[in-house]
Design a binder for this molecule. Structure first.
Ligand code: XIL
Length: 354
C-alpha cells in the first residue's frame, strides 16, 4: 500500500501507466456502470442533428448539462423572457436515456444580457436575482438535483491576493449576494444539492495557491454563516503547460471534506494551446495532467462526479480563448473529433471506477 504522501509525489508516468495507456476504443466497455458518474456539457444543435454526437453522449455519459442554455444571455434575452427550450431539450434527452441533468449555472458574471446593466440598487438587484432563481429552479425542481448556484466568484487579479470578482450583484448587494443566491435556491428546492464552482486552483503556476486561499476563506465563511452549501466544484480547466500542484489540490479537497462538503469535478478539460503539436505527445501530456489532478483529489476524497466541459474535440470552448499559434486544432477532451476515445478517456474511465 502506498502512503498518500508517496502517491502524491510519484510522477504521472509511474502511477498513470494503467490509466494513461493507449485508448481501447471499446464502446461496450465504456458503457458499463461506474462507481462515480461521468458527465459532460452538451450542445443542443449537434445533439439534435448528429447521430455520432448523440451516440457518444449515450455511450459514455451518466450525467449531462446544457453548455449554455441556462446562461442568463440566451435564457433571458429581455427582462421578461425566460427561454427554456434549450435546457428543456437537454433534460428531455437526459430523461429519455436514463441520465440526470445538472444545472449550470444560476449566477455568473459571464454572458449577462445587456439589459442587466441597468439593474441599479439593492432592492432591484435582489428582486431580479431571486425572481430568476425562483423561476429556473422551480421549473426543474425534482429533476435537476445539482445546481452550480454561483460560478466563478473569485477575481482573476494577478499579483496580489484576489478578492471577489466584480459583477452586477456584488456592485448592488455587496458580498451577501452569494448567501442570497444559495438561500433562495434552497428555499425553492430544499432537496437540491447546491454547489459553488471555481477554476484555476490546481496548477503549479503561482496563481493557484492564492486563489485556493481566497476561495477556501469564502467557503469557510459560507459554512460558518449556515448558508445551504453542499458541494464545491473544481472546474478543472487545466492549463496543460503546468504541472499539477498535487499537494495543493490534496490540501484543498481535504479541507472541503473536513467542512462536510462534497468535491465535484465539473468542467474538466486540458488547455493544450501551448503544448507540443505532435498528437501522441500532446494527448499523453493531456492525459497525464488529468491523471495527476484526479489522483490528488481522490487521495483526499472521492468526488461526486467527474464531468468534462464537452465530450469531443469537435465541440469545445477552448479555441474561443486558447487557439493554438501553429493552427492545429485543440485536443482538450476525452474523445477526438471523430469520436474515438483518447488516452484522456482511459484516465477518466479508470477514476470513475475507482
Ligand atoms: C463557456 C461555454 O463553453 C461557451 O460556449 C460560451 O461561449 C462561454 O462559456 N467556465 C465556465 C463555463 O464555467 O460556463 C464556460 O463555458 C467555460 C469556462
Amino acid at each position: 500500500m502506498l502512503s498518500r504522501r508517496r502517491m502524491l509525489t510519484m510522477t504521472a508516468s509511474a502511477m498513470g501507466a494503467v490509466a494513461v495507456g493507449a485508448a481501447t476504443g471499446n464502446k461496450a466497455e465504456a458503457a458499463r456502470p461506474r462507481r462515480i458518474p461521468y458527465g459532460a456539457c452538451v450542445r443542443v444543435d449537434p445533439l439534435q442533428k448528429e447521430l455520432d454526437y448523440r451516440a457518444a453522449i449515450q455511450t459514455y455519459c451518466q450525467q449531462i448539462t446544457p453548455e449554455g442554455g441556462l446562461f442568463w444571455g440566451p435564457l433571458r434575452p429581455t427582462r421578461d423572457q425566460f427561454r427554456f427550450e434549450n435546457a428543456d431539450a437537454v433534460l428531455a434527452f437526459a430523461e429519455a436515456n436514463g441520465m440526470t441533468m445538472r444545472g449550470h449555472t444560476l449566477i455568473w458574471y459571464g454572458t449577462m444580457p445587456k439589459w442587466t446593466d441597468d439593474i441599479e440598487g439593492a432592492a432591484e438587484a435582489e428582486h431580479e436575482m431571486t425572481t430568476h432563481i425562483e423561476r429556473v429552479v422551480s421549473r426543474y425542481r425534482g429533476k435537476v438535483k445539482t445546481w452550480h448556484v454561483v460560478n466563478e466568484p473569485i477575481d482573476d487579479t494577478k499579483g496580489d491576493v484576489p478578492g471577489l470578482r466584480p459583477n452586477i450583484w456584488l456592485r448592488n448587494l455587496g458580498d451577501r449576494y452569494i448567501d442570497l443566491a444559495f438561500r433562495t435556491a434552497h428555499e425553492v428546492d430544499p432537496a437540491a444539492e447546491l454547489v459553488i464552482n471555481e477554476y484555476d486552483i490546481e496548477c503549479a503556476d503561482g496563481t493557484s495557491p492564492k486563489r485556493r486561499e481566497v476561495f477556501l476563506k469564502l467557503i469557510r465563511d459560507l459554512v460558518a454563516r449556515g448558508v445551504p452549501l453542499h458541494g464545491v466544484g473544481l472546474q478543472g480547466h487545466i492549463k496543460g503547460k503546468y504541472e499539477i500542484d498535487r499537494d495543493g489540490v490534496y490540501g484543498f479537497v481535504s479541507e472541503i471534506r473536513s467542512l462536510g462538503l462534497k468535491a465535484h469535478v465539473t468542467e474538466l478539460d486540458v488547455i493544450d494551446y501551448d503544448l507540443p503539436g505532435r498528437i501522441g505527445t500532446r494527448d499523453a501530456i493531456v492525459a497525464a495532467r488529468a491523471h495527476d489532478f484526479l489522483e490528488a483529489i481522490f487521495a483526499a476524497a472521492r468526488p461526486s462526479v467527474i464531468a468534462t466541459w464537452g465530450i469531443t474535440d469537435r465541440y469545445t470552448w477552448v479555441p474561443i480563448w486558447y487557439k493554438r499559434r501553429d493552427g492545429l486544432p485543440n485536443r482538450p477532451l476525452p474523445l477526438d473529433d471523430h469520436y474515438q476515445p483518447k488516452p484522456l478517456w482511459n484516465v477518466i474511465d479508470y477514476f470513475c471506477n475507482k
